[in-house]
Design a protein around this ligand. Structure first.
Ligand code: IMP
Length: 430
């Protein structure tokens, strides 16, 4: 039985929600393994729209187990609000269908504070974070001073954790001109939230192992995208976790052998939210048109996304570093009606042609895209369910993308509706 990891292969917002939902219908267990409520997944099922941030997408389907793995950073208040919202939409969330790894670090209000204080203080040098406290929470995890889910069960442990955590944060806040943390208030908040979170908590690695031994299908649901990866992304303009497939193992407690197929979600053009390099970014009418046709506004923050042509250099790179076996190409219909389309096939750096994004920030800022121009198509590709329904030029575009990135298209998604999909390779059967 194949287990599948789904990751974004660009800067996030590639349309993972639909694909994850499509795959989760056939999975038994759906696992989030990194990130937090900085993610925003929109699912459209039978015309009903569900917006998820932290809950795994499997939650909207009955009979599935959704797991929040230890690689995630979890804001308990935000999670409870999300549970309430989705329950109001008629989706029950109980310890029978939601399991939280007990070794998951928490995002506390002080993390969100720090995220926002830092971004404001940085001025023009800001990262453009979602302001959810993701980075500071991961810093505390690595700094060995996090409060983790299991700690909520014991008041004495909580006291010890807070001693260590606040010694660090109060010093930091003093330097930033912020008030010290109200320890008694934070303790009271944690004690209040504990009994509402703990019923969902457990040793997720054991449950996952049991499911795997029973031959259950496991879907690992990545958030953000590979170019936001803390190691391989456009550092420092990245998120604070590994967003690539390798994280599925450590972020859930399964060995790397548990993953059989890595599906990279790729948008037919490029977008990015927040600051940082973007070689194929467009500042002209074409860019505006991509943004308007693609409804490129952030699900979480509502920010307008930056838009550009498809960059095959970047996707080839993320398919390699993330071990992508096949891609799901999304939003091809946004390109409908363009007379000509461009694909970035290489960069020019100081007069030389290179076929990868250099690591040095100064070089990343200097690379210039080298484009190949392809003819567009006037017909619509929206809603196509077979290759025969696609205009010849659209098929040529897809084939050229495959060739340039060195990875085959496993799935072509032609609208937000789940059935508007052309399946080439079933990741679960691969
Ligand atoms: P953070 O994850 O809030 O720390 O933000 C760091 C960077 O990642 C910023 O550029 C954000 O815009 C970006 N980012 C975080 N989550 C997402 C996402 O789900 N989609 C797209 N970009 C994201």
């Amino acid at each position: 039985m194949a287990n599948v990891v789904v990751v974004g292969a660009q800067w996030g917002d590639e349309g993972k929600g639909k694909l994850v939902d499509w795959l989760s219908e056939r999975a038994d267990v759906i696992v989030r393994f990194q990130g937090g409520h900085n993610a925003g997944h929109t699912l459209v099922i039978d015309g009903k729209v569900y917006k998820l941030s932290l809950l795994p997408s499997g939650i909207v389907r009955s009979g599935k187990l959704s797991v929040i793995g230890n690689g995630v950073v979890l804001d308990p208040w935000s999670l409870l609000a999300e549970i309430e919202k989705i329950s109001d939409q008629g989706v029950p969330v109980t310890p029978d269908n939601l399991l939280i790894a007990e070794n998951t670090p928490l995002i506390l209000p002080l993390h969100q504070d720090l995220d926002q204080i830092r971004e404001t203080a940085a001025g023009k040098a800001k990262i453009g974070t979602t302001g959810r406290g993701i980075g500071p929470a991961y810093e505390d995890k690595v700094g060995r001073r996090s409060v983790r889910v299991a700690d909520l069960a014991d008041r004495d442990t909580l006291q010890t954790r807070l001693d260590r955590l606040l010694a660090h944060h109060d010093a930091l806040r003093k330097g930033l001109g912020a008030e010290p943390i109200d320890r008694a208030k934070l303790m009271a908040e944690l004690l209040e939230v504990a009994p509402r979170i703990l019923p969902y908590a457990g040793p997720a690695w054991r449950v996952l192992d049991k499911n795997r031994r029973q031959g259950k299908r496991i879907l690992f649901e990545g958030a953000q995208g590979a170019l936001l990866d803390i190691d391989f992304g456009t550092y420092p303009y990245v998120t604070s976790s590994n967003t690539q497939s390798g994280m599925a193992a450590t972020g859930s407690g399964m060995g790397p052998g548990a993953v059989d197929f890595v599906l990279g979600i790729v948008k037919a053009y490029t977008t990015r939210v927040g600051e940082g390099p973007f070689p194929a970014e467009l500042f002209d009418d074409d860019g505006q048109r991509l943004g308007e046709r693609g409804h490129e506004f952030g699900t979480v923050t509502g920010r307008q996304r930056r838009c550009g042509w498809f960059d095959s250099v970047l996707v080839r790179q993320t398919c390699t570093t993330g071990g992508v076996n096949g891609i799901a190409l999304t939003k091809l219909d946004v390109l409908d009606g363009f007379e000509e389309l461009k694909i970035c096939v290489a960069y020019e750096l100081d007069g030389k042609r290179i076929d990868y994004l250099p690591t040095a920030a100064s070089q990343q800022a200097r690379v210039k895209p080298i484009y190949e121009t392809l003819p567009g198509w006037s017909e619509t590709t929206a809603g196509a369910r077979s290759w025969g329904e696609l205009p010849a030029q659209a098929i040529k575009y897809v084939r050229r993308v495959e060739e340039l990135i060195g990875c085959p298209v496993a799935i072509l998604s032609t609208s937000p509706e789940r059935d508007d999909t052309i399946l080439v390779t079933d990741p679960f059967a691969a």
